[in-house]
Design a protein around this ligand. Sequence first.
Ligand SMILES: Cc1cc2nc3c(=O)[nH]c(=O)nc-3n(C[C@H](O)[C@H](O)[C@H](O)COP(=O)(O)OP(=O)(O)OC[C@H]3O[C@@H](n4cnc5c(N)ncnc54)[C@H](O)[C@@H]3O)c2cc1C
Length: 373
Amino acid sequence: MLATQLYAKGFDDIVIIEHNPRIAMKIKVSGGGKCNVTNEKVDEDNYLGEDGFLKKVLSSYTPKELLNFLNARNVHPSIRSLGQYFCKKSADEVINALQIGIPKKAFLLSRKVLSVEKKDDYIIHTDKGDIQAEHLVIATGSNAYPQVGGSNIGLSLAKDLGHNSQAFNPVLVGWTVQKDQFWMKELSGISTYVSIDVGHKKLFGELLFAHKGISGPAVLSASLYWKKGLVSIDFLPKLSLKEAFSQKKKQVSTQMQLPKRLSKLLLDSIELKDKSVQDLNSQDWEKLALLKAYPMSPAGNFGLKKAEACRGGVNTQEVDFNSMQSKLHDKLYFLGEVLDVTGELGGYNFQWAFASAIVCTRALENSLVKQNT
Ligand SMILES: Cc1cc2nc3c(=O)[nH]c(=O)nc-3n(C[C@H](O)[C@H](O)[C@H](O)COP(=O)(O)OP(=O)(O)OC[C@H]3O[C@@H](n4cnc5c(N)ncnc54)[C@H](O)[C@@H]3O)c2cc1C
């Protein structure tokens, strides 16, 4: 995004160093191959990070502006549930749109950055020799999904240059379960709409039972906020307990409106025998209430190879939110997921990456124009 903007404005002395043989592999694999590029409603509440920093950067480039940019390049994402915008055909639409106007020679592909030094200029050490640059922008993402090139080189480059950071940890990832919830594994392939309470957050969406534990959009977003301890799952998020079990003569299981097998195993798990609602005693109602606040403590997560993002990154207090420039070195910038900012599932991470690139474009543009006059 940064390169495409700067080339469009006539700055042509820019290269993109990428260790994969092609660019933007995370866009390629995103959103099930259709790239959930942004969300109708984006604000700092959808992210883990420093509020003031997030607010300033996100307000500098709105989802509408991103969609206008894509529309102008003939990409017309369509809106799905929960305000998510996806490409109509494939994520390549976004990748191709971003490349318009950038000459082939600007892409230094299959070239791995190893370290960096600050002399008068920046000296970037790569596996194919050094590159000297007056400005350096670090947009190396996180080490989530290493199978498509995710690495933690960004943290190591930041360290080379004296910056502090938080270690990366996988998020937007499924949870493994403790023994008490092994019954969930028997439901592999079934999904159901839930809400999950984790800390002060409540996340809504589908929960997918998997053979290793639980996954699906609600779990992935909740994983952003979970470090350890209990979370609470509401299996009937659209109804109160009384509304859900209003028909006195009917069996509890038939009124749960959940997949049959899930209803059965859930009742087993809360140790409630299936019976008609009129036969429930007060103890039974207490057990039934667990369907709206089912406590579980995840055992862990499915790991980096399955994670769509990482928590952690370069300390945002050391970066100026007006320009994305380092507060420690002139002409050094950080963008996107390498910063200690991570969004929920739903297009928030691309919106963040693109918004931070736009803030940087504006600052670089001004600084380059000043230099040339
Ligand atoms: C499976 C999956 C699905 C996702 N789906 C979505 C989605 O639908 N919507 C959404 O908003 N977000 C999604 N994300 C998250 C999103 O992809 C990232 O947050 C986003 O790509 C971050 O952008 P970035 O430019 O900061 O970093 P990246 O896109 O990760 O770009 C960093 C680049 O640096 C390269 N690199 C790394 N190390 C080196 C090195 N040593 N030398 C040279 N190059 C290097 C990498 O190969 C990569 O191309 C998904 C992520 C994954 C893994």
